[in-house]
Design a protein around this ligand. Structure first.
Ligand code: ADP
Length: 521
């Protein structure tokens, strides 16, 4: 909503507005010092300072979290760099807060000098990080811009700052003198921070012109606010005056804007892109399916004609065609028939993908029995027996579950050895994750398990055209597709000559009827 409102303004207007808005409090304090340049009492100031600093530390750690934890997916090196820099900034700001002269000793005695030393280190660090980050793009190549080196540098800087200002105070540059105030060094350091921020602003501006990326406005606005904040810290006379308070508030706002920009770059934008890709992918998938459906339908007609005319030629011109010619015509007819089978399987395969109707509660046993009824003729021809054990009720697509059983039981009957086919359909043990298994077991010819991957791919067969087992190699591919549409998986165990067991694993779904593994009705 806020973004939409601001989205209507140009970047220049937004930045000019930011400048005007954030310069106003300063102008007022300068114009009306008597009324506005107040001093806080030490108690109120400590309460304010701790609250403000904890806020900005929290935001800094959020910046770190976004940059660091999204990196594995987003691979956004700019966000990773700023994120790890902000980890150090947040931690040093934490030390700054604990070192406040009005707080209990932070390991060694506190003083305004110690507190401002941590402060100015954090500011130099964040301003330098801003400046350097202007040259780092999300896809920058340098090997230093990866998690390990950046985290090492961040921890090393934080550790060195902590040890230096906590244990080696006397060797460190003095930034504040008790009873006197800030030293010139502290002021020059703040000016240096301002120069770094101005440079960062200029380079980010150039980057925005180059890339057209409007989220950079967040950074630019943050730098303007940071510059005002630094100006306040370069000008305060005591640690408790209005400038100091305004500076702290500005810092929180600036950090929030950085967080917002990183969040948009590392989380929101990739998410929006992913949604767009998914929609496009779904559309092109659908187009492809429609195409294969229509193409396979339209190919049937010319094939039918080839077969019909080959047959006609054979019967009407029999006398005039040599035996070899008749043989050729037969081969032609057979090939056309096989191609017709392949095409209709292709239709079946693409058709099995179109629109999965809503899942309903179904009795799997009923589905299996319906599939067996459809295979009655094959079963009788093969003199096979199919036994169905207890199967659960699940939430699934009825038509597709029936097709799944049909394909598996059909294969179990078809790939029989010398023995009469005996097929068992039963529910397997419940898996530790709650998913259920359905087994379709046969006593057929089996296969070598090294071909397991192959058999679930479309048109992959382990039996050539010369084998007695007819087929096109589409049945198991359809089974896999059906199972995957139900968020499950399919595999098999088998041994040549000893039979196979196909195992369908379905995720934990609503089950109306609990079934004991292997139970038979
Ligand atoms: P098709 O049966 O039309 O060849 P499928 O996709 O159903 O196609 O099966 C792929 C291949 O897997 C088959 O060609 C066969 O070699 C092997 N196969 C499938 N089911 C069994 C089974 N129950 N026993 C042995 N082999 C099987």
């Amino acid at each position: 909503m806020i973004q939409n409102v601001f989205g209507q303004f140009s970047t220049r207007t937004l930045l000019a507005g930011t400048f005007a808005l954030f310069s106003l409090p300063f102008t007022l304090v300068i114009l009306f010092p008597a009324q506005l340049d107040k001093m806080m009492d030490i108690g109120s100031y400590v309460a304010f300072h701790n609250t403000a600093e904890f806020f900005s530390i929290m935001v800094a750690l959020c910046v770190f979290s976004v940059g660091w934890f999204t990196y594995d997916q987003s691979k956004d090196r700019h966000a990773l760099f700023l994120g790890t820099a902000f980890l150090a900034v947040g931690l040093i700001d934490f030390m700054h807060t604990l070192s406040n002269a009005a707080m209990p000793a932070f390991i060694t005695p506190n003083s305004t000098n110690k507190s401002t030393q941590f402060w100015i280190s954090a500011r130099l660090l964040d301003a330098s990080a801003f400046l350097v980050s202007a040259f780092i793009y999300h896809n920058s190549q340098s090997r230093f811009l990866s998690k390990k080196p950046l985290m090492t540098i961040s921890i090393a800087l934080t550790g060195a700052t902590f040890i230096g200002f906590t244990f080696f105070q006397s060797y460190m540059p003095v930034t504040a003198i008790h009873g006197v105030g800030l030293t010139p060094l502290k002021r020059y350091a703040e000016y240096l921070v301002i120069v770094l921020l101005i440079a960062a602003f200029a380079f980010y501006w150039r980057r925005m012109q180059k890339t057209g990326d409007r989220t950079i406005t967040n950074y630019l606005a943050a730098f303007i606010i940071c510059i005002f904040s630094e100006a306040a810290f370069a000008s305060y006379t005591t640690g408790f005056d209005t400038y100091n308070v305004v500076g702290h508030i500005y810092k929180i706002i600036a950090f929030y804007l950085i967080y917002n920009a990183l969040f948009v770059a590392a989380v929101k934008n990739p998410y929006i892109k992913l949604k767009e890709y998914t929609t496009k992918l779904e559309q092109s998938n659908q187009d492809l399916l429609d195409f294969s459906f229509v193409a396979s339908h339209d190919l049937q007609e010319p094939l039918r004609k080839i077969r019909t005319f080959a047959d006609r030629l054979k019967s009407t011109e029999k006398e005039r065609i040599s035996d070899r010619g008749v043989d050729f015509l037969e081969k032609m007819g057979n090939s056309a028939s096989r191609m017709q089978d392949l095409i209709s399987d292709l239709r079946r395969y693409s058709g099995s993908q179109i629109g999965l109707e809503p899942m309903v509660s179904i009795d799997l046993k009923e589905c299996a029995l319906e599939a067996i009824a459809d295979l009655k003729e094959l079963c009788e021809r093969m003199e096979g027996t199919v036994e169905v054990g207890e199967l659960p009720h699940i939430e699934a697509n009825r038509v597709q579950m029936r097709e799944l059983f049909q394909n598996l039981i059909c294969n179990a009957l078809k790939y029989c050895s010398r023995e009469k086919p005996l097929v068992k359909v039963y529910s397997g043990a419940r898996c530790p994750d709650g998913s259920l298994e359905i087994h379709v077991q046969d006593n057929g010819i089996g296969f070598d398990e090294c071909y397991l991957d192959r058999i679930f791919k479309p048109f992959q067969r382990l039996h050539g055209r010369s084998s007695p087992y007819e087929g096109t190699g589409i049945g198991l591919a359809i089974c896999r597709k059906i199972v995957e549409r139900h968020n499950g998986s399919i595999t098999a165990t088998s041994e040549p000559g000893k039979g196979s067991t196909f195992i369908v694993r379905l995720p934990q779904v609503q089950m109306g009827k609990q079934v004991q593994p292997g139970g038979w009705s």
